[in-house]
Design a protein around this ligand. Sequence first.
Ligand code: AMP
Ligand code: ZN
Length: 482
Amino acid sequence: MYLYNSATHKKEEFRTHTPGRVEMYTCGPTVYHFAHIGNLRSYIMEDVLEKFLRYEGYDVNRVMNITDVGHLASDADTGEDKMLKGAKRENKSVMDIARFYTDAFFDDCAKLNIKTPDVVQPATGLIGEFIRVVSALIDRGYAYLAGGNVYFDTSRLDRYYVFNDHDEEDLAVGVREGVEEDENKRNKNDFVLWFTKSKFEDQALKWDSPWGVGYPGWHIECSCISMKFNGEYLDLHCGGVDNAFPHHTNEIAQSEAYLGHPWCAQWFHVHHLNTNSGKMSKSKGEFLTVSLLEEKGYDPLAYRFFCLQSHYRKGLVFSWENLDNAAGAYNKLIKRIAALTRLDGAVDEEAAAQLKERFLTQVGNDLNTAQGITCLYDVLKAPVNDVTKRAVLASFDQVLSLSLLEKAAALREKEAAQAKTAGADGFTIQGGGDPEIDALVLQRAEAKKAKNFAEADRIREELKGRGIEVTDVPGGAVWKRI
Ligand code: AMP
Ligand code: ZN
């Protein structure tokens, strides 16, 4: 596939260090609150990327951290710890907060058909490893101790700004904005690897270390968790675009300083979901969740469909009207799939292969999920039998994960149940639960009731032509395939 690489600012052919195997890392959630649907946009697009690579035949090892310690309210190592903030807000312990919101995150992911990564590692479970890597960075001269904290020395690097062609001054603005300079830092972009001193309220969770009792900085967890579970060479690193600087920049600095060689070849950044009033943000406290969408009657998969309609490298504006449009289109699509018959022969393998080829090319062009959705409509319009259409749709859904056939089956069942009671005088139809056949059986019964026997016979013949035999029973009819 071709994928835009934020590190080189180009669309490139996707390659892996080991042929056929993808080592993939995703920055996981900070579990001090529910994930908002903006966060989940990132996880949906990363999920499609993982599934597309698997669809292409790669063996993927996907690793994700859970940030349950050390993420300060500002990315520039200032402000109070986000976990502590959540614990205070709810009058619970930090670990209770972490457990509750980690579960809530995976519940939301399940509703959105987001697969759980192969490895999920909470930061608090790997503190010994962080200490080991920080010690090595000090030994190698990449880190220094000042004022009780350990800092990474960015002046030791040839190239610190990887994701941006802007000059350093531009990027550094975010670091300085409204922030008191940390006097301990030798260079303005140096960042904390280990805290023992903070001018903010003390961390609840602390561990012993060679530099005193304290807790890790935010960035070190992703480097260490990835190096442990993905190995020394990472193929693909993902996150929301806000993670690019300083978080990913600092991850690269630490990992390459530690490893002594290039670390991750490809960087995938999902742009933000915004509302008309601006960026959706957890720390602002007011945000949209999957539960809220459900309360308002939306199927979470309609939100997934909404996300897939846009390209991941463009900002996406959320409004209820936009979601309504997506939900309408999704429901219509399901209806069309439900109307496909399951009775018309074998899969046309050649036609299916051609349709799949097109899907691979379209979606393989920088994860163009909107084109992936267009491919679904192309299948519905294709001059092939319905069995082939269903097989190809099921195949594409391995990547898009819109539960297309499951939802269509549920709709057929619902319609079949309605059809059973739809006949006047409680006329019931028993058969294979196929709404198309049920409808014909019902039409025949109504024709008979209206003494239109010619029409009733015509329908019986039509059903026979489709391999269906109808038997009248008291209060209804039974049909079966012959
Ligand atoms: P957090 O839980 O704050 O660490 O964020 C989890 C993920 O969501 C990270 O990859 C962020 O970059 C991403 N993210 C944060 N805000 C948004 C947004 N409004 N739209 C899309 N992704 C976001
Ligand atoms: Zn990370």
